[in-house]
Design a protein around this ligand. Structure first.
Ligand code: NAD
Length: 362
């Protein structure tokens, strides 16, 4: 059989998605649907009010609130949460929050196999993936396991209405990064490409509107819809250079997750532009521009997002080490990784320079 450029393998990730303004009110029903009787509500210390509201909605189905979620899921907080879940006899985790809180739910599920109900309040997309990450002795280890894929996801725009504009913008561009890399993924497929393009389109429109009016429910709804689509892409296909660079910068240099994605994306797309022309065309179309990298840079700069790694805590003297780490165990990428070009990419991202189209040797 001769392979055509349409050949693909698509394995759907089973999850139930409930998407509506006010759908948070269905929480108890959704817990019953997964057959659970004692749901432990997880949150960060900043989101206790929303977690307590969840606990009240659950009534007798609530096993209490654990407000110990932290960025990058340190193993100590995972152990505390697992122990607490055992103590209170939890048979289900309800994660109310962003990627850090959903990540804590995944750490519990990885050990106990209990179902997770995710109620995302950012646009990072972890709720749609079987990917977990736990940080032990300063090193973040990630893996894939179907046990950690949330069984049910409740998307309610009322819960993200209070997400500050700056966090909304960086979180939204973090989501766009999943879709953008999904469009040139080696194991991509036509279904994910449709979702990726629509996800970028919805997120871009929603973010531009949120910057004008953060309380606009329809814009919040567009962003959550985009988050669902972009998160699904992350859950189904492999990521490339952009995600490798961001994992390196976050994991080894402790840079903030969503901001790092926001700064690096335009540069990673410029690096890959000539090697993935069809994907770049689709990204640009979804952004409403003629060039993918330029479109991302303009979106971030129009909406007041950070543009330079030096402004979020990266030392110039660490760029060469970051480049070495990213090259040491690379992800597949449409354009081969070249050290000199990657150093240029990192220097441009460090200063916040608008990326220019790369010159590729013939
Ligand atoms: P986060 O979960 O760390 O949240 C950042 C802060 O914003 C927290 O203090 C949180 O309580 C607060 N917050 C969240 N929603 C809010 C709201 N609506 N209103 C006010 N404050 C709110 O941030 P994130 O960007 O969602 O997640 C980042 C983490 O998720 C990283 O560790 C990243 O590696 C991980 N992640 C994992 C996956 C995956 O598939 N496993 C995907 C994306 C991100």
């Amino acid at each position: 059989m001769t392979p055509s450029n349409r050949d693909f393998i698509y394995t759907a990730q089973p999850s139930r998605v409930v998407f509506a303004r006010g759908s948070f009110q269905r929480l108890a029903h959704e817990v019953e649907q997964v057959g659970a009787r004692r749901a432990l509500v997880l949150c960060t210390p900043q989101q206790v009010d929303q977690a307590e509201a969840a606990s009240r909605l659950l009534g007798p189905l609530s096993a209490g609130v654990f407000p110990g979620a932290e960025m990058h899921v340190p193993i100590e907080s995972a152990r505390r949460a697992r122990e607490y879940a055992r103590e209170v006899g939890a048979d289900c985790a309800v994660a109310v929050g962003g990627g850090s809180t959903i990540g804590l739910g995944k750490a519990i599920a990885l050990e106990s196999s209990m179902p997770i109900i995710a109620v995302p309040t950012t646009y990072a997309g972890s709720e749609m993936t079987p990917i977990y990450g736990i940080t032990d002795a300063g090193e973040k280890k990630t893996g894939r396991d179907q046990k950690v894929l949330p069984r049910t996801v409740i998307y309610d725009p009322e819960l993200s209405i209070g997400l500050p504009v700056r966090m909304s913008v960086v979180s939204g561009i973090n989501a766009i990064a999943h879709a953008a890399e999904g469009l040139y993924a080696r194991d991509g497929n036509p279904v994910m490409s449709l979702m990726a393009e629509e996800g970028i389109r919805a997120m871009t429109a929603g973010l531009r509107e949120i910057a004008r009016n953060p309380s606009d429910f329809s814009a919040r709804s567009d962003c959550l819809y985009g988050a669902w689509l972009c998160g699904s892409v992350l859950g189904h296909v492999g990521m490339a250079l952009h995600h490798k660079l961001c994992h390196t910068l976050g994991g080894s240099f402790n840079l903030p997750h969503a901001e790092t994605h926001t700064i690096v994306l335009a540069h990673a797309l410029a690096y890959n532009s000539a090697a993935a022309p069809e994907a770049m065309g689709r990204i640009a179309r979804a952004l409403g521009t003629s060039d993918a990298s330029d479109g991302i840079f303009n979106l971030a700069s129009d909406l007041g997002a950070p543009l330079a790694l030096r402004d979020i805590g990266m030392a110039e003297s660490d760029l060469a080490r970051a480049c070495d780490i990213a090259l040491s165990n690379p992800y597949w990428n449409p354009r081969p990784l070249e050290r000199a070009a990657l150093m240029d990419l990192l220097s441009d991202a460090w200063t916040g320079k608008r990326p220019s189209a790369p010159v590729i040797a013939a």
